[in-house]
Design a protein around this ligand. Structure first.
Ligand SMILES: [Zn+2]
Length: 383
């Protein structure tokens, strides 16, 4: 029997406040964020939703995304870039939505605006909402109409008809997704809606937790039943639903999508009571069993959110780390527990007595192939 936990944050599906604890998660975040990296993974006692209780406020979370520069300088999925891989994703969304010719498509959390550009290429009208100042600037410099918030969109476009709203890999980042969807259901009643989220069934199986997909930024972990209930409680009538890979390049990330239509009613539907489909037990703790237990100093290359989870969860790892390396300009120069993140080019000055850890990621193969050029001849371990 898992320990009961009274949650500060309401369940994102049924808004209940009680869950059983599945895991304590601790991320060693950038020192400059001044944000607690601890989260408690819960299973809602009422509806079975898996979600994180957090120690930061919604205002802190909004500030985190406002200042976030990572997605503005990245080209892989989630950044809203116009990479070939992302264009194929955008086409898939447009094909599933089947938008009409009148009204605007609104992409909530549009990043650099790649989806909006794709819609414009097909002669569709499209705009976006993006809280990150740097991503928004990139989109605006590309000539796209992107607003900081729904408030600013509404103020400047009071007579604009929304024909479709897109929430692609957005809801899991929000403190209270149901309020946002309900706002849209009322504001854009009868519009089409597309929702896509990572499929928690694929990464949270107690037998094989895919910790590399447990992002600090993901606060809600949706499974099939939860999406259907979120839709029903936020006035979305589902037309199609299914399971897909995130993209061709990131095939192993499994996602769920729904296509529906807003049909606003003032009353919220109740969720079905406790599920009988997914007995979740306490998850194993995050650990790095593969590091050699000797006195050699460690270095880590690739400061992803997964790396932050490893650093926050394993005191031995953190105490032995001497160098952190990353290629992203959004990370270089920042510190984690006092250790400055160096550019990947500094790997060439790493002495061979270090053990170099490379956390699992989409870039693993590419990084491995760069190692001979860096001249590092010490031990390399994938973690
Ligand atoms: Zn719930």
């Amino acid at each position: 029997m898992n320990e009961k936990h009274l949650s500060e944050r309401p369940c994102p599906v049924c808004e209940g406040r009680e869950g059983s604890t599945l895991a304590q998660l601790c991320y060693a975040l950038f020192d400059d964020l001044k944000m607690p990296g601890q989260k408690t993974l819960l299973e809602c006692s009422k509806c079975g939703m898996l979600y994180d209780d957090v120690r930061f406020s919604d205002n802190q979370l909004q500030e985190y995304y406002r200042r976030n520069e990572h997605y503005a300088v990245s080209s892989i999925g989630g950044s809203g870039s116009v990479s070939k891989d992302n264009k194929a994703r955008y086409d898939r969304i447009i094909d599933l939505l089947e938008p009409g010719s009148s009204g605007v498509i609104l992409d909530f959390g549009c990043g650099q605006g790649g989806f909006i550009s794709r819609c414009l290429q097909y002669g569709l009208k499209a705009v976006g909402i993006e809280p990150s100042a740097k991503s928004r600037k990139a989109a605006q410099e590309a000539g796209l109409h992107v607003y900081e918030s729904m408030d600013s969109f509404v103020t400047e476009n009071s007579s604009c008809k929304i024909q479709a709203a897109v929430f692609s890999h957005v809801l899991e980042h929000l403190m209270n997704p149901i309020n946002l969807i309900r706002f849209f259901a009322e504001y854009a009643n009868d519009a089409l809606v597309y929702i896509e989220v990572p499929d928690a069934d694929s990464y949270l199986s107690p037998k094989a937790v895919r910790w590399q997909e447990m992002y600090f930024e993901h606060l809600s972990h949706f499974r099939k039943k939860n999406i259907a209930e979120l839709a029903s409680r936020s006035c979305v009538e589902i037309k199609k639903e299914g399971e897909i890979s995130f993209s061709k390049l990131q095939k192993d990330i499994r996602c769920r999508f729904i296509v529906g239509r807003f049909s606003f009613k003032s009353q919220r539907t109740e969720v079905s009571t406790m599920p009988d489909f997914y007995p979740v037990s306490q998850l194993p703790s995050v650990s790095v069993e593969t590091i050699p237990h000797d006195s050699r100093p460690l270095a880590l290359w690739g400061v992803s959110q997964y790396a932050m989870l490893l650093l926050g969860s394993c005191p031995e790892l953190l105490s032995r780390i001497r160098h952190l390396f990353d290629a992203s300009p959004a990370k270089i120069g920042r510190r984690i527990r006092g250790i400055v993140i160096e550019p990947s080019s500094n790997l060439s000055s790493l002495t061979d007595d270090h053990v170099l850890l490379i956390p699992k990621s989409y870039f693993l193969f590419q990084m491995r192939s760069q190692l001979p050029d860096a001249g590092f001849k010490g031990q390399v371990i994938e973690v």
